[in-house]
Design a protein around this ligand. Structure first.
Ligand code: COA
Ligand code: AMP
Length: 634
């Protein structure tokens, strides 16, 4: 099957196309209707299909001859351990943990928050929830307690699952105090909190609601899988929107399973028995899809890596793992490659390992800049494939599809649309734009299976955020263009979302935190270019006349607030006091112009600007801070 045939078929007859792909899944009951629309007009896939995602990931393989194949390899340079689990071992552990959750009252449709580091128990917890038809919501371990509290109040979990600590390079991060603080802040309180105790830091348990993971398991009985409906949610994953309230992306069981299976074969060219490694975190969509669900649904071996691309112990870690575990397909973020390039630009550590098992490197999370592409392609001598997707889609929407025959790679482009995604570039007025014209990246409805059907308990926000701007199209939030060969170039967000080290964060939320400082009259937080992290946030602040404060003191206070509320991952380091902010005559802050000044990018003076002289002031303030030195107003 060629790419153009598959793509054409998916466009002309999506029901036929996805109906065929659905046959690859071991349903308990095959769907009665492939595509339907609910009372809100939202599209749904695979109506009345019955399945269980944990069954597909585990029991199905145990039954069909993969019981003794390695399912999961936990490779943790920070604890210097490597542990392997066969499909049968993993199935048994998941069944037992599901039994524990069941005994604590967790039922189909209940929510469970998982706030854990990259340990096998986190994967076991996810699959155990799926086994019961409970909806998990994994919260990235790098988020501060305030972020966790917001998610607790929105998801209203019956149980919270966590570990006593995480490990960041050589630092131990205690989790229990973060969870305790989150529970002091949240209105909702879970029935139980089950904690996996790690030997490097054992957490103190204060009440009967707090259970020791291993002790509680001693009396648990294995629990079998429960059939769920294709439309039942498998998980909620919160992602940054443009305000302080994150969006609860829902993933349903049926569409997700079909999309995962299809993408492993068609996008990643990875087949049962082969080793797939996504060096991400289970707190992100990449981790959900390509550390846990897609490789396991496909009968592959997946790797759970508790470490960093550098300093755990060095910039050769990735190559060591590829050799040691015979990885065929590797997926990481460009920022990780840039970090390695910085520490080992000559690739000396790379030469210590035999990475001949590797067939592809896939990159996502942010655009792969051509310099990083050239360096890593030269080093690895395998196809390096930039592909584009979002938490909302759960799998790639643009990709050079290795499983359907690789096409020419064009550095800087994430290639052509994946079957199921009719991607277009649209102008302000909703007109479709021709090749080489930059505009909004939109997708004609329906979206492919696996994409969010709506937001958790918020159909209105789903409609408003994604569907209301252009009738019949999904607004991705990204801007970009396509060329004459229909290759797309995603150039960055057009909203208040930024990507810092591949972590998606909201500048809108940061503005809310900065604005809460008593000295701040108004502010703008923008993402500016950062050589290693892709972007980093910078705040421009106008002070209240009545609250004088020095630049240094204000900055220190704001750094502390953002670390405390969002987490260190925001990498917020700079707050700059300015006299005024550039605005339109109607009072809208011109954040894009500030970003352009900071990045030294040429721009046209907007005709709506209130006072062009402000730009000079902003430029001077940024220069004083050594930001945007290449800027040229002409
Ligand atoms: N838990 C707690 N803290 C965390 C964390 C976690 N899971 N992840 C990061 N942090 C902290 C770091 O310790 C650091 O804290 P500090 O400011 O006190 O030193 C801060 O957040 C910033 O972290 P980061 O931006 O990751 O910088 P770094 O210097 O620690 O590491 C890289 C730089 C490039 C090595 C790292 O960002 C990286 O591995 N990036 C790849 C990310 C990725 O794969 N994303 C893919 C998503 S699809
Ligand atoms: P997340 O939801 O965290 O996966 O972040 C999604 C956002 O990351 C997208 O909307 C893009 O802005 C950006 N992104 C992800 N992959 C790419 C890519 N390959 N090229 C450009 N931007 C990307």
């Amino acid at each position: 099957m060629t790419y153009s045939h598959e793509f054409q078929q998916s466009k002309e007859n999506p029901e036929l196309f996805w109906g065929e792909k659905a046959k690859d899944i071991a349903w308990f009951e095959f769907p009665q209707k492939i595509l339907s629309q609910n009372e809100n007009g939202f599209f749904r896939w695979f109506e009345a299909g019955k399945l269980n995602t944990s069954y597909l990931c585990l029991d199905h393989h145990v039954k069909s001859g993969r019981a003794d194949q390695t399912a999961l390899i936990y490779d943790s340079p920070v604890t210097q351990s490597v542990v392997k689990f066969t499909y049968k071992e993993l199935r048994d552990k998941v069944a037992l943990f599901a039994g524990l959750l069941d005994s604590k009252g967790v039922e189909k449709g209940d929510t469970v928050i998982i706030y854990m580091p990259m340990v096998p128990e986190a994967v076991i917890a996810m699959l155990a929830c799926a086994r019961l038809g409970a909806i998990h919501s994994v919260v990235f371990g790098g988020f501060a307690s305030h972020e966790l509290a917001i998610r607790i109040d929105d998801a209203k979990p019956k149980v919270i699952l966590s570990a006593s600590c995480g490990i960041e390079f050589d630092r131990i991060i205690p989790y229990k105090p973060l969870i305790d603080a989150a529970l002091r802040e949240s209105i909702h309180q879970p029935d139980f909190h089950i904690i996996f105790q790690r030997p490097m830091m054992v957490a103190e348990l204060f009440s009967e609601k707090e259970l020791d993971w291993n002790q509680a398991l001693q009396s648990a009985k294995a629990k079998s899988y429960i059939p769920v409906d294709a439309h039942d949610p498998l998980y909620i994953l919160y992602t940054s929107g443009t305000t302080g309230k994150p969006k609860g992306i829902i993933r349903d069981n049926g569409g997700h399973a079909v999309a995962m299976k299809y993408s492993m074969r068609a996008v990643y060219d990875t087949h049962p028995g082969e080793v797939f490694w996504a060096a991400s975190d289970i707190g992100w969509a990449v981790g959900h899809s390509y550390i846990v669900y897609a490789p396991l649904i496909s009968g592959c071996t997946t790797i759970l890596f508790e470490g960093k691309p550098i300093r755990t112990p060095d910039a050769g870690t990735f190559w060591r793992i590829i050799e040691q575990h015979q990885v065929k397909t590797f997926f990481t973020a460009p920022t990780a490659i840039r970090a390695i390039k910085k520490e080992d630009s000559e690739g000396l550590l790379f030469t210590k390992y035999d990475v001949s098992s590797l067939k592809y490197l896939f990159l996502a999370g942010e655009r792969c800049d051509p310099a990083t592409y050239e360096w890593v392609s030269e080093l690895l001598q395998v196809p390096v494939i930039d592909h584009w997707w979002q938490t909302e889609s759960g799998s790639p929407m643009l990709a050079n599809m290795a499983g359907l025959g690789l096409k020419t790679i064009k550095p800087g482009s994430s290639s052509t649309p994946v079957p199921g995604y009719d991607i277009q570039i649209m102008g302000e007025e909703g007109q479709l734009l021709d090749a080489n014209m930059e505009g909004y990246v939109v997708i004609k409805l329906p979206l492919a299976p696996g994409c969010l059907p709506t937001l958790w308990k918020d159909d209105d926000r789903f409609h408003k955020s994604y569907l209301s701007r252009f009738e019949g199209f999904y607004l991705t939030g990204d801007g970009g263009y396509k060329d004459e060969d229909n290759y797309f170039y995603i150039m960055g967000r057009v909203d208040d979302v930024i990507n810092v080290s591949g972590h998606r964060l909201s500048t809108g939320e940061m503005e809310e935190i900065v604005a809460a400082n008593p000295a701040v009259a108004e502010c703008a937080v923008v993402g500016i270019a950062d050589k290693l992290r892709g972007q980093r946030p910078v705040a421009l602040v106008v002070l209240k006349d009545s609250k004088p404060i020095s630049q240094e003191e204000l900055e220190a206070q704001l750094i502390q607030s953002i670390r405390g509320k969002i987490g260190a991952i925001a990498y917020f380091k700079s707050a700059i006091i300015v006299k005024r902010l550039p605005k339109t005559r109607s009072g809208k802050i011109l954040r894009k112009i500030i970003r352009n000044i900071a990045d030294g990018v040429h721009f046209e003076m907007p005709s709506t600007i209130d006072d062009p002289l402000i730009l000079e002031e902003i430029r001077t303030s940024l220069h004083a801070y050594k930001i945007g030195l290449e800027f040229d107003l002409n």
